[in-house]
Design a protein around this ligand. Structure first.
Ligand SMILES: [Zn+2]
Length: 560
């Protein structure tokens, strides 16, 4: 068969019942392949937040990075992941390569580092293409097969589940399919739990991917996965055709981040799998928030025109289309936007907004009904905040605080009465000083602090006050700080939105505030973040007390 030319016939979208009943695993490599995107560089704390968010949404495997000496961020991430509670552990994978040529696995530093990462699963890659074996690895065909087999075997013997990524598999198969297949067999014989076919250069066509994957699935005993790069703009199609041919694991990144033009976009792939009737553990209703979260944390500008999840994906301007959609949504929409957590833009989603606001109100424990005037007033406040440029979807703590301030009898744990910051350029002296007047526990406290910049000075001053007042209850730490321009055409007079991330060892949260004054926006977002942390801590304390009381009541009842 000549695989260099695309074949004319492609499988239809509807799969045979055997495939559609199969669960496809979602394997995310945003933190490793995605981190290779130009302009993206996750810190270890950001990696942790990403892993938590993806796993919570149902991603089966989150590849955390490549732990080795030259990668301190990844080493630190795996340390942090190890220290977290057990929920991350089964899903986080460490990535690395097979042993080096002519070296024993137990003497190979890369494999050692993979074991030390402490994950349940490790993913290693090896070569399938003889050209790569001879020209890049500079070893023999046989040694390469041995490298794959005994590296997998070594890791399996140390109790790891091993996923084997066959790098350049499709190129290798097209040049020498027997050899390419023999490398997969080597991984299977070594005990790999999955073999994953990589279109590393992204140069394959869906029909080739379909044919080759089908042949591999027929040959292998273990499940087969697909890892597609997007150099021809076909990575989503290639992933879907591989699934049609029997692949049961899809690897990719959120929003298609990745080297060169990126990897298969899991947002698009998973939305399409859902439409094809293929099941996965990922909750597709979370795709919109996952996409926006990933844009935000990776520091990239959101693509409003992105299929399924973009802000404009279901936006209908007035005129014929808008009018038609008001009469019948299906006139210009092929599916309901809420399937993927998105909303139609024409109605400004007052319905959807009200429903999601009500859900948050109930989650916080307030028994409001959907027609209560209070709820409508709150909705107006939320909309006004969003109109001022604050994206509450990625800063839910700010939204929850707004609700708590309106609905709870509890006052904020502290309040800023006055503040002043000065910044100067004197060599050898602190760059900024601040004076804060804070009302806390019915007392007015004045604090002075210095910092390497105005925000840092304010943060130090505020932290000093709160640490004194709340002692061990004040655990919040600042883990991220970002500024987004809102009306960039106003140049330096533009409004900005400041997003601040916090963590307290058990959970993470984000706040947002906007202003034309960057220091004021920063202070407001800081105040919200620390208030939220203290409020949540006191709420969980009360819950624990309530549980304790009800246990005591139960025990009393039993003893009667
Ligand atoms: Zn890749």
């Amino acid at each position: 068969m000549d695989l260099s030319k695309p074949r004319a016939t492609l499988p239809s979208e509807s799969l045979s019942p055997a495939f559609s009943s199969q669960l496809v695993e979602v394997y995310d490599t945003t933190l490793r392949d995605g981190n290779q995107s130009v302009g993206v560089n996750f810190t270890s704390n950001q990696k942790l937040r990403v892993a938590e968010a993806f796993i919570e949404a149902g991603v089966d495997y989150v590849e955390g990075g490549w732990p080795n000496e030259t990668n301190p961020t990844d080493l630190q991430f795996f340390q942090l992941a190890k220290a977290m509670d057990g929920s991350l552990h089964p899903h986080v994978t460490a990535f690395g390569m097979t042993r080096a040529p002519n070296r024993r696995p137990n003497e190979d530093k890369n494999l050692e580092a993979l074991l030390e990462a402490g994950t349940k699963t490790v993913t290693i890659f090896g070569k399938s293409w003889l050209f790569q074996v001879e020209k890049i690895l500079r070893t023999t065909a046989t040694e390469n097969q041995l490298m794959i087999q005994d590296s997998v075997q070594f890791l399996v013997s140390r109790g790891k589940e091993v996923i084997y990524d066959a790098e350049h598999f499709f190129d290798g198969f097209k040049s020498n399919h027997e050899y390419a297949l023999s490398t997969l067999k080597a991984a299977e014989d070594g005990g790999a739990s999955r073999v994953v076919l990589c279109d590393t250069r992204g140069g394959s066509h869906p029909s080739e991917i379909y044919e080759i994957t089908r042949q591999v699935v027929d040959e292998m005993r273990v499940p087969v996965g697909i890892h597609a790069h997007n150099d021809r703009g076909m990575a989503t199609a290639n992933s879907l055709f591989a699934v049609s041919a029997g692949a049961t694991q899809v690897q990719g990144t959120m929003n298609g981040l990745g080297e060169r033009v990126g990897n298969a976009d899991l947002i698009e792939v998973c939305a399409n799998l859902h439409l094809m009737g293929v099941k996965s553990n990922l909750q597709v209703s979370r795709l919109t928030s996952l996409s926006r979260f990933t844009y935000d944390i990776s520091g990239l500008r959101e693509d409003a025109f992105k299929p399924f999840v973009g802000k404009h994906a279901f936006a209908h301007k007035g005129g014929v289309h808008g009018d038609a959609v008001l009469k019948a949504e299906s006139a210009y929409e092929f599916l309901d936007p809420s399937t993927f957590g998105n909303v139609r833009a024409i109605t400004v989603s007052s319905q959807a907004g009200r429903a999601s606001l009500l859900a948050t109100v109930h989650r916080l424990g307030f028994p409001l009904s959907k027609d209560e005037p209070k709820l409508l007033a709150l909705l107006r406040e939320v909309k006004a905040l969003e109109a001022s440029g604050c994206n509450l979807e990625i800063a839910e703590a700010s939204m929850q605080l707004l609700l708590l301030r309106a609905l709870s009898k509890k006052k904020d744990p502290f309040r800023i009465i006055d503040w002043e910051v000065t910044a100067q350029n004197e060599p050898g002296k602190p760059h900024a000083r601040c004076t804060l007047k804070v009302s806390v526990n019915d007392k007015t406290v004045e604090a002075k602090a210095v910092g390497n910049g105005p925000v840092n000075a304010i943060d130090s001053g505020l932290r000093n006050v709160l640490e004194m007042a709340y002692k061990q209850d004040f655990l919040a730490k600042l883990t991220g700080y970002r500024v987004r321009e809102i009306d960039s055409e106003s140049a330096t007079a533009a409004s900005v939105a400041v997003y601040i991330d916090f963590a307290d060892g058990t959970k993470t949260w984000t706040t947002v505030a906007s202003s034309t004054n960057i220091i004021e926006a920063s202070l407001d977002a800081l105040v919200d973040g620390y208030s939220y942390g203290l409020r949540m801590r006191s709420m969980s304390k009360h819950q624990r007390k309530d549980q304790f009381r009800s246990r005591r009541r139960t025990r009393k009842h039993h003893s009667v």
